[in-house]
Write a protein that binds this ligand. Structure first.
Ligand code: 13P
Length: 258
């Protein structure tokens, strides 16, 4: 039942969504970067809004903090007003992109096909991808959690090579747990993470599945992260609300070290 591979380094990532401003970002990045000095057992990442990416990247220079985008277009370039391409992200030195967040799927209606194209174009551009997946409350109540996760995963990763899998991190984010304060229990999360890792093994191979990080997201806080991280298949957290202030984010990083 448990993963034999303990070599996956935990990752605690902050998805700022459409929050913060220049001043609060400077304070947050400053406090987190000095707060993690000497705590190299956990990787840390920020996903700021597009317009702040260059200055967050600059502010994180010389630290181990990874900076990624919350989204990218599935189009390469052209007449797509308001969109940002993967080559633009690459051009300004952004190494990573979140794809398929539930707010993109459910608020902005991104389709499985769009998400598949985003994953493909991001990998082609040489970026790392954090692919989000997860079921709604209705889907869980209908007993469809596994089917939904399998479909989201297999469609998004269609055509992805085994080599490119090494640039993918997954984030299981049950939609009912996002921003609600209702965190999945470690048992609920464990069951889905194990299932998702099994799907990965089927799509690729066992070593690919064992070496891919699977984060949990949805109401992660300092007081629940240690229990979640004690689940062998949970390799970190994608944090929304609690990532917006150092006083709530740093204790999560600390709690993830066990
Ligand atoms: P919350 O931590 O605010 O529930 O958000 C989770 C999330 O959506 C991270 O991507």
């Amino acid at each position: 039942m448990t993963s034999p591979n303990n070599s996956r380094k935990p990752l605690i990532a902050g998805n700022w969504k459409m929050n913060l401003d220049r001043k609060s970002i400077q304070e947050l990045v400053g406090a987190v970067s000095s707060g993690i000095v000497g705590r190299g057992a956990v990787d840390v990442a920020f996903f700021p809004p597009y317009v702040y990416l260059p200055e967050v990247l600059r502010a994180c220079e010389g630290t181990n903090i990874l900076v990624g985008s919350q989204n990218a277009s599935e189009q390469a370039s052209g007449a797509f007003t308001g969109e940002i391409s993967v080559s633009m992200l690459k051009d300004i030195g952004i190494p990573s992109v979140l794809i398929g967040h539930s707010e993109r799927r459910h608020v902005y209606g991104e389709t499985l096909e769009q998400i598949h194209r985003k994953v493909a174009i991001a990998l082609e551009a040489g970026l790392q991808v954090v692919l989000c997946l997860g079921e709604t409350l209705q889907e869980r109540e209908d007993g469809r959690t596994e089917a939904v996760c399998r479909e989201q995963l297999s469609t998004a990763l269609e055509g992805v090579s085994r080599v490119d899998l090494t640039r993918i991190t997954l984030a299981y984010e049950p939609v009912w747990a996002i921003g609600t304060g209702v965190v999945a229990t470690p048992e609920q999360a464990a069951a889905v993470h194990l299932y998702v890792r099994g799907v990965l093994a089927g799509l690729f191979d066992d070593s690919g599945a064992q070496s891919t990080r699977i984060l949990y997201g949805g109401s992660v806080k300092a007081d629940n992260v240690t229990d979640l991280m004690s689940v062998p298949d949970i390799d970190g957290a994608l944090v929304g609300g609690a990532s917006l202030a150092a006083k709530s984010f740093l204790p999560i990083i600390e709690g993830a070290q066990g």
